[in-house]
Write a protein that binds this ligand. Structure first.
Ligand code: HEC
Ligand code: HEC
Ligand code: HEC
Ligand code: HEC
Ligand code: HEC
Ligand code: HEC
Ligand code: HEC
Ligand code: HEC
Ligand code: HEC
Length: 391
């Protein structure tokens, strides 16, 4: 007998089962359940100890672990306050699950909807904070995609199987996979056990939880009431749900003309907003280039980099205000950017001029020095005309 299994047998519950079910030995050792003394018999029944199949399998709940039984098996224990208290685990997983699209489908007897084990694993159940867990940030998208990118499975439910792929092309996924823990994965927008699509009315809350400045600006805009009236989704109607990309200035007007005519009030406003942004950005870029050129030519510019940084920060503050659709609000904020950019430009011009003046002064100085030397020389010669002969 394997030494590992022998040692497990001595210290852990039900390890006798693993003698025959040795393919589960690794999972048994790693699972958070084993450490909480939840062994094979807790879920399967049977008798721990005997190494004879018939004896060990006495009372085994044969076939009772059909996937449709899983939510009740796991959820039963996980909503039991007595059992969860020592571990400080929440009791709501099962209750939330039953309200989700997954749980509702399970109740209808749908075998294709997610049950607890589809997301958490069966035997090797790890803490959700363990990076190896299938629901950790590192693996979550694969876990959801295992069904949501499965064309046949999704087709039966009239769901789009391209959602995971679209999400993987988004700015959010790029940031999340680069290690930005503030960027959303599927469950940040859908919840983990309450996995449900946010309805039109909740979208703003979902996105606004992280993008507060944009949400506040949107609330001030005439779109707020218009969108409610028309049943349009606050953020996703312009940004999409899964394939969220950074919007560039070039696409600003296109975004608006999806709904507006170029010449209606919305379309005209789009043009105004665009040119305000464009003009300011041009000045900001000019200040950036100037600093670079002056630095390349050896001028001192370090102190001005702070002002440039202020300009960039003011730009970041101004950007979300596009959502107000208000030109006055935006003019005020962009004024701050232009102010700082103009400061940089003005100061650099002054320095260049000062340097030019300096050069002229130096030239004049040299001229006088040479002139004085010439004059002295001439005088000396006049005073001692026979100097050479005397020597
Ligand atoms: C002596 C070896 C042996 C021991 C000990 C043993 N099993 Fe098994 N077990 C088997 C074999 C062989 C099968 C496959 C038989 C089959 O497919 O019907 C099996 C099948 C199972 C199954 C699948 C049953 C099904 O309906 O598909 C479960 C669950 C199971 N064992 C649980 C346990 C548990 C729990 C223990 C410890 C209390 C245990 N076994 C101890 C040999 C063993
Ligand atoms: C937390 C509950 C739980 C514990 C503890 C547990 N199992 Fe299971 N087991 C399940 C569930 C649920 C399934 C059904 C898996 C599925 O639907 O794919 C299952 C399936 C099985 C099967 C048949 C399918 C397969 O994977 O081959 C065997 C055999 C089995 N378990 C053995 C064991 C043994 C041995 C242990 C102890 C090391 C154990 N289980 C501990 C919940 C548990
Ligand atoms: C669609 C996938 C999915 C399903 C189905 C699912 N879970 Fe979870 N579960 C998660 C995710 C994701 C987390 C991690 C939440 C986090 O990071 O805070 C989690 C966390 C947990 C936790 C840790 C404590 C907590 O609530 O954060 C427990 C316990 C848990 N789930 C039990 C269950 C049980 C029991 C079921 C079945 C009734 C179930 N889960 C079904 C995805 C799922
Ligand atoms: C007999 C009660 C019981 C059953 C049945 C049970 N669990 Fe657990 N589960 C626990 C306990 C107790 C812990 C806490 C272990 C610890 O923290 O050391 C736990 C921990 C977990 C965790 C880790 C939570 C965390 O800290 O991140 C997950 C996930 C989990 N269980 C999912 C499941 C799933 C899925 C099933 C069904 C296959 C299941 N549990 C069945 C009692 C149970
Ligand atoms: C085992 C397969 C499976 C896994 C894994 C799975 N899902 Fe699902 N999911 C489904 C199925 C099937 C439906 C359709 C249920 C229905 O409409 O009745 C669904 C429905 C949904 C819905 C509701 C869609 C709608 O409009 O009805 C959302 C949102 C969702 N899943 C998100 C997730 C997320 C997030 C994850 C990962 C944490 C995940 N799912 C993991 C199979 C799965
Ligand atoms: C940034 C937030 C966000 C992220 C991240 C996100 N979703 Fe969504 N998702 C949404 C919103 C908002 C909707 C609502 C669409 C609606 O109501 O029309 C939605 C809708 C859905 C739907 C239902 C589509 C339908 O046709 O009814 C599914 C399924 C879904 N998402 C799955 C996922 C999966 C799987 C992931 C991860 C790969 C994911 N989502 C990541 C915000 C998000
Ligand atoms: C009417 C269309 C529209 C709606 C509705 C909309 N946005 Fe935007 N959003 C834009 C445009 C256009 C830009 C690009 C501004 C630029 O780059 O000049 C933008 C830029 C952004 C940016 C990146 C720039 C920044 O602010 O830092 C974020 C984040 C953002 N929006 C989030 C949201 C959120 C959250 C909501 C919902 C509260 C929302 N948007 C609603 C059109 C919209
Ligand atoms: C959990 C927090 C979170 C949620 C929820 C969230 N986002 Fe984001 N979002 C981020 C982070 C972080 C970034 C920055 C990624 C980067 O560029 O590094 C980002 C980037 C963006 C950008 C691009 C900004 C840029 O700089 O150009 C847009 C647009 C955006 N999100 C829109 C949305 C929309 C629409 C929703 C709702 C459907 C949403 N976000 C939900 C955190 C979130
Ligand atoms: C998803 C559709 C949609 C998009 C995209 C959209 N709008 Fe609108 N907008 C509306 C609706 C609906 C109204 C209300 C129209 C009404 O009351 O007649 C509105 C109203 C307005 C108004 C107020 C008009 C008035 O008569 O007072 C302005 C200004 C406006 N939008 C500007 C914009 C700008 C700028 C953009 C791009 C950044 C944009 N809209 C993108 C749907 C949209």
């Amino acid at each position: 007998m394997n030494l590992l299994i022998l040692s497990l047998w001595l210290v852990l519950p039900d390890s006798s089962c693993v003698v025959c079910h040795s393919d589960l030995a690794g999972a048994y050792r790693e699972s958070i359940h084993t450490r909480a003394a939840i062994g094979c018999t807790t879920c399967h029944g049977g008798v721990a100890g005997p190494l004879e199949e018939n004896l060990a399998h006495r009372g085994l709940r044969k076939g009772s672990l059909d996937r449709l039984q899983v939510p009740r098996l796991c959820g039963g224990c996980h909503s039991d306050a007595e059992k969860m208290r020592p571990f400080g685990l929440p009791l709501d997983a099962f209750a939330y699950y039953q309200t989700s699209a997954h749980g509702r489908a399970w109740k209808r007897g749908q075998r294709d909807a997610a049950v607890c084990t589809d997301c958490h694993g069966v035997h090797e159940i790890l803490s959700v904070r363990d990076p190896r867990s299938p629901v950790s940030r590192a693996h979550l998208v694969e876990t959801c995609a295992s069904c949501h990118a499965d064309t046949a499975r999704m087709k039966a439910f009239h769901l789009d199987p391209h959602i995971p792929q679209r999400y993987r092309e988004s700015v959010h996924f790029r940031a999340a996979s680069a290690g930005n823990t503030h960027a959303p994965v599927c469950t940040d927008c859908h919840g983990s056990h309450g996995a449900a699509p946010p309805g039109v009315r909740d979208v703003e809350q979902v996105c606004g939880r992280c993008h507060t400045r944009e949400a506040t600006a949107f609330d001030e805009s005439p779109h707020k009431t218009a969108y409610i009236r028309e049943g349009l989704a606050p953020c996703t109607s312009c940004h999409g749900e899964h394939d969220v990309q950074p919007l560039t200035l070039e696409r600003l007007q296109e975004t608006c003309t999806d709904c507006h005519d170029e010449n209606d009030r919305g379309g005209r406003r789009a043009k105004e907003l665009w040119s305000m942004f464009y003009e300011t950005l041009a000045r900001l870029r000019k200040a950036e280039t100037l600093i670079q050129t002056m630095q390349d030519r050896g001028y001192p510019v370090e102190d001005l980099k702070g002002t440039l940084q202020d300009a960039r920060e003011a730009w970041m503050v101004a950007l979300p205000l596009v959502h107000t659709l208000n030109t006055d609000t935006l003019a005020l904020a962009l004024g701050q950017v232009r102010g700082r950019a103009d400061d940089v430009q003005g100061e650099l011009h002054e320095r260049a001029n000062r340097k030019k003046e300096g050069r002229v002064l130096l030239l004049v100085l040299w001229f006088y020095v040479l002139l004085t030397i010439g004059v002295i020389e001439a005088r000396l010669r006049a005073e001692h005309p026979q100097r050479e002969q005397m020597l």
